[in-house]
Write a protein that binds this ligand. Structure first.
Ligand code: ASP
Ligand code: MG
Length: 476
């Protein structure tokens, strides 16, 4: 079970997670165990309190800018927040003392690191990951003591102690799965056998030299799937603050529905296309083993949420399962007759963008080869256009056209593969709204069909497609 940062953002919430979710699920089966069932064994993975990772990123940025007072005030807030939870969480006084001294020691370590970084006015990828690790490292002991306080045997572990070994690609590290598997099994399995609930920090591991690494934003999901794969878990639950993956963003479409089941492939498309509850690589470790992943709401545990699995059986006749929008993107169209028939053109364009660390979200080129369209984040637009102008304008490319405020609309569903007429339905529904389609792309996997419109039409486009495929009735 993995708990997101909003689920553990206060004393009440941490208690709720400990009592109503973790303890309840261990107890549920211990009742079953009297009639021969086995005890439910749970590994808990926990994120930093919501907002804390963002704050720590701010701290790193402010150190580089030499903004001392900003650093101090953010760090002060983080300290106070955790100290106050630690002193109010447990009813058992000796637990309160133990927890507070663990939190104090971590805060001391954090301020020592901070002093070093401030002295040098320098943030390296390595020291940054070290700094970011404190969010999760402060959280895990708290959830652990909340469990102990209600009589559940628990132990807290940092990613490194649990056995997560990664490469040294700070900020976006990947687990070395063979070593990790051995270590995690060695560390976690005996705890489970003794009826102890391991409470592991999400998001962080350590490289082979023992330096702390982070797995990328939202990496706690990834921690959960890595551990699950290593111990051959029966299932994973990602406890979050929404009911599950939905047919559309409920902020845009009032009658958006929770999807009961989706396939791994569909979930990956949905994660890429804005259903933002999943780390992009989080599904990788469990694909082969086919371990099901549930996404459930801590604040609404009655709702069964969404199950992600290899071969879902729900909605057998549904072609499209979700409509998503990526807002805040811009379209860049580059043209030039010298692009026609000259090999390496696309390569050169993408290289220039890649070297400037600009991520291209979507690409399209027609067979006349006289233009290539690309979608980038709006925040990257200036940098992208600048780089293209400096390096290629006047030579390879003759002109650059930009649509500032664009949105990518995507329909997702495995049922689209090999089904005729999906595109016709999509584009006539859009045309009926009088919306102009600027660019289109569909990968040959046919799991998604994506197109670009001006951002002011995004909501209407999503609504029109949600209606066209009758997604409001998907659970009826
Ligand atoms: N705390 C980390 C983040 O905010 C990891 C996570 O929440 O999954 O990105
Ligand atoms: Mg998170």
């Amino acid at each position: 079970m993995k708990f997101g940062g909003n689920a553990v953002a206060s004393v009440e919430r941490i208690r709720h997670v400990a009592r109503d979710i973790v303890a309840k699920h261990t107890a549920l089966e211990s009742i079953a165990s009297t009639d021969g069932g086995s005890l439910n064994q749970i590994v808990v993975v926990v994120s930093a309190i919501k907002g804390v990772t963002d704050d720590l990123i701010q701290v790193c940025d402010s150190i580089m800018m030499g903004e001392r007072s900003k650093v101090d005030s953010i760090i002060h807030n983080i300290e106070e927040k955790h100290k106050s939870i630690a002193s109010n969480l447990c009813s058992n006084e000796s637990y309160t003392r133990e927890l507070s001294s663990i939190i104090d020691a971590l805060i001391k370590e954090m301020s020592d690191l901070l002093k070093g970084m401030m002295l040098l006015n320098e943030v390296t990828p390595r020291s940054r990951d070290y700094m970011l690790s404190f969010g999760e490292r402060l959280m895990a002991p708290m959830l652990c003591y909340a469990l102990k306080d209600i009589g559940v045997k628990a132990e807290h572990l940092a990613g490194k102690d649990a056995g997560i070994v990664t490469d040294s690609n700070y900020g976006d590290a990947r687990p070395l799965m063979d070593t990790t598997r051995l270590r995690i099994r060695h560390r976690i399995m005996p705890m489970l056998e003794q009826g102890i609930v391991p409470v592991v920090t999400g998001f962080i591991g350590s490289d082979q030299h023992g330096n702390i690494t982070t797995l990328g934003r939202g990496g706690s999901d990834y921690t959960a799937t890595i551990i699950a794969s290593c111990i051959d878990a029966d299932e994973i639950t990602l406890w979050t603050d929404v009911d599950g993956l939905m047919t559309a963003d409920p902020k845009m479409v009032k009658d958006a529905q929770v999807l009961r089941e989706v396939s791994y492939a569909e979930a990956m498309e949905m994660a890429l296309f804005g259903a933002k509850y999943l780390h992009p690589r989080a599904l990788e470790p469990v694909l082969d083993k086919g371990i099901p992943i549930r996404i459930r709401n801590v604040f609404n545990p009655e709702c069964q949420g969404t199950t992600i699995l290899k071969n879902p059986t729900a909605y057998p006749s549904k072609i499209v399962k979700a409509v998503t929008a990526i807002r805040n993107v811009s379209l860049i169209d580059v043209r030039g007759s010298s692009m026609v028939g000259s090999p390496g053109t696309a390569g050169r364009i993408f290289n220039v963008l890649g070297e400037n660390r600009i991520n291209i979200i979507m690409i399209s080129q027609g067979p006349s080869e006289s233009s290539i369209s690309m979608v980038v984040r709006k925040s990257d637009l200036d940098k992208a256009v600048n780089a293209l102008e400096l390096n290629l304008l006047g030579r390879l490319i003759k002109g650059i056209n930009v649509t500032d405020d664009a949105a990518i609309i995507a329909v997702v569903g495995a049922g689209m593969r090999g089904t005729k007429g999906v595109a016709a339905r999509v584009f006539s529904a859009i045309a009926k709204q009088g919306i102009n389609v600027i660019m289109i792309a569909q990968g040959s996997s046919e799991l998604n069909l994506a197109f670009v419109v001006e951002d002011r039409y995004a909501e209407d486009a999503v609504k029109a497609l949600h209606d066209e495929f009758e997604l409001d009735k998907i659970n009826r």
